[in-house]
Design a protein around this ligand. Structure first.
Ligand code: 0O2
Length: 214
């Protein structure tokens, strides 16, 4: 990018501020959920700021010139936060919790669970706007939150790794096999979710859940 370094640094600093605010806000929402429901649905959280080389590669892939303006307007995942949940129902619970937060504005929602991508990719994405309060102004910074199960995360990580081995398009048989694996992942998530629902009912019928024994 031909933008002066100082200007690039200033923009990236705002992304860094917004990432910290969003991480904290999500941690608060998850802790509050845990307090109310007695369990933590999130296995782990990962966050990153997209590297300059990945930003440039993505702009090129989308046929945009490498400018700061195009970066800010067309790259929606410069801040990426991934919430990996245990069960399918946890994904939807967490999505609802985030959507009801007053600190987070939802700009776009992509349900790749009900409508998987052609590759087989399954996940729930929220593109959100985070306010950052600077000394004389408030700015809204975009971030992408990916919410998925451990199984979806397993598929996406390996898919990412394997596709990177090919410089351009991966061979048809590789794509097909990855797609078939994603169907297995989807079926497995459904079975695990049903098993969990069964276990939860079992607990309620057999234990004095929630009673105050003090
Ligand atoms: P990386 O390296 O993970 O950051 P759009 O919003 O439609 O203009 P965008 O941002 O491509 O364009 O949206 P999309 O399709 O929702 O993808 C955003 C991110 O989802 C990707 O970021 C990936 O992290 C993930 N993703 C989407 N499709 C796939 C897939 O087929 N396999 C895997 N493993 N991940 C996928 P990046 O920047 O492409 O990649």
């Amino acid at each position: 990018m031909n933008t002066p370094r100082k200007q690039v640094a200033e923009v990236m600093l705002k992304y860094d501020f917004a990432k910290r605010i969003l991480e904290t806000q999500l941690q608060i929402l998850i802790k509050e959920f845990e307090f109310k429901h007695g369990y933590n649905p999130v296995e782990h959280i990962k966050s990153r700021i997209k590297s300059e080389s990945s930003i440039i590669a993505k702009l090129k892939r989308k046929n945009y010139e490498c400018t700061m303006e195009n970066m800010q307007n067309h790259i929606h995942d410069i801040i990426g936060i991934r919430l990996v949940c245990s069960f399918l129902s946890d994904v939807y619970d967490i999505v609802e919790v985030i959507k009801s937060s007053k600190q987070i504005t939802i700009k776009e929602e992509k349900d790749y669970i009900n409508s998987p991508k052609e590759s087989g990719y399954i996940s729930y994405h929220l593109i959100v706007l985070i306010p950052i309060y600077l000394h004389d102004t408030t700015e809204y910074v975009e971030a992408e939150i990916q919410i998925r199960t451990i199984a979806m995360d397993f598929w996406a990580s390996l898919d990412h790794k394997m596709r990177y081995k090919f410089l351009g398009e991966s061979p048809k048989e590789v794509k097909e096999e990855l797609y078939q694996c994603s169907l297995d992942i989807k079926a497995l998530d459904k079975r695990m979710n049903e098993l969990n629902q069964f276990i939860n009912k079992y607990d309620c019928n057999n234990e004095d859940v929630g009673s105050n024994k003090l």
